[in-house]
Design a protein around this ligand. Structure first.
Ligand code: C5P
Length: 299
């Protein structure tokens, strides 16, 4: 059997702590300033040698994901595999068949990465599995073509994303946060939310230098916003109830992530977040509710 060893790659949930829309490009894509971090919870992928390409899916949301590599409607995992194989083969690498297994624990169309996290994990995993080093610019372009959130999911550490999501600056000395993610399991269409957005030229996230310590970052989160909240709530009013329930569960700060419908509440400790998640889950058993800890930048 051809190919490398079995590999595992995490696809952590992406959380937009802040998302300011600062403008719009000629092609319709919006310019953003987003403060992003990643949870210790998400999907996971494995890559194994195979006689021919295979794709299998398990996990809580397995039934909701496409299984084909159709350029329009297909799974981003397979589009990422195909795109990276083309780049590898253009440099003379073999890029042999691979069995990719996706364990899908993130709800789709939920504003916390999902497909973008999976695509990024596929790219990271297959770089190692095939032992290839594609051209840097071509690799970056491939990520962005797969989705505006793929470059940030490739980084999977606290960061500020600008442009349409491709201009990434690492957030150093960023603190771990304890939070509850809550989603009423109503999928939200990102293009529909951007279409409903009225104010496209909002103030940027930062006017001066980025914060240099945990307190400074926390303060920035408190001072910032998600400009997609209003348009998302106009499409899915239930997002308002999610925010209310997180407030009622004593979160220090509550906000929507990405284009929704997932909202997060920040808590002072893992214990407080877990207690709040248990409380919300008992009141709303049909919702996706999870207590997570976010990653630190490590320096
Ligand atoms: O790149 P991705 O497929 O994730 O984007 C989905 C849609 O969201 C785009 O087709 C576009 O309508 C909208 N979008 C945007 N500005 C961004 C990112 C996404 O308008 N920065």
């Amino acid at each position: 059997m051809a190919g490398g060893l079995r590999l595992e790659e995490a696809a952590p949930a992406k959380i937009n702590l802040a998302l300011h829309v600062t403008g719009q490009r000629g092609d319709g894509y919006h310019l953003l300033d987003s403060l992003v971090t990643f949870a210790d919870f998400g999907d996971s992928l494995t890559f194994e040698p195979a006689d021919e390409d295979r794709f299998s899916v398990s996990g809580s949301f397995a039934d909701d994901v496409p299984r084909t590599d159709d350029p329009e409607t297909g799974n981003l995992v397979l589009k990422a595999r195909n795109g990276l194989r083309s780049l590898g083969r253009s440099k003379g690498a073999e890029c042999p068949p691979v069995h990719i297994h996706l364990k899908k624990e993130l709800p789709p169309a939920a504003g916390i990465g999902g497909g973008s996290a999976d695509a990024a994990a596929t790219l990271r995993g297959l770089l190692k599995f095939w032992n290839i080093q594609p051209d840097h610019d071509a690799f970056k372009a491939l990520g962005l073509t797969l989705g505006a959130d793929v470059p940030m999911c490739l980084a999977k550490r606290p960061l500020i994303a600008r442009g349409v999501g491709e201009d990434i600056t690492e957030a150093t000395m960023f603190p771990a946060l304890f939070m509850v993610l809550a989603n009423p399991l109503i999928p939200v269409s990102t293009p529909a939310v951007f279409k409903a957005l009225q104010h496209k030229h909002q103030a940027p996230l930062l006017t001066g230098e980025p914060p240099r310590d945990a307190g400074g970052w926390y303060h920035l989160v408190e001072e910032s916003r998600n400009d997609l909240s209003l348009p998302a709530r106009s499409i899915v009013p239930k997002i308002g109830s999610v925010l209310d329930i997180l407030y009622a569960a004593k979160a220090d700060l509550v906000r929507m992530s990405g284009s929704g419908a997932t909202c997060f509440g920040l808590y002072p400790s893992a214990e407080a977040a877990e207690a709040a998640a248990a409380h919300i889950k008992s009141a709303q058993p049909e919702w996706f509710v999870v207590a997570v800890r976010t990653v630190t930048s490590g320096r």
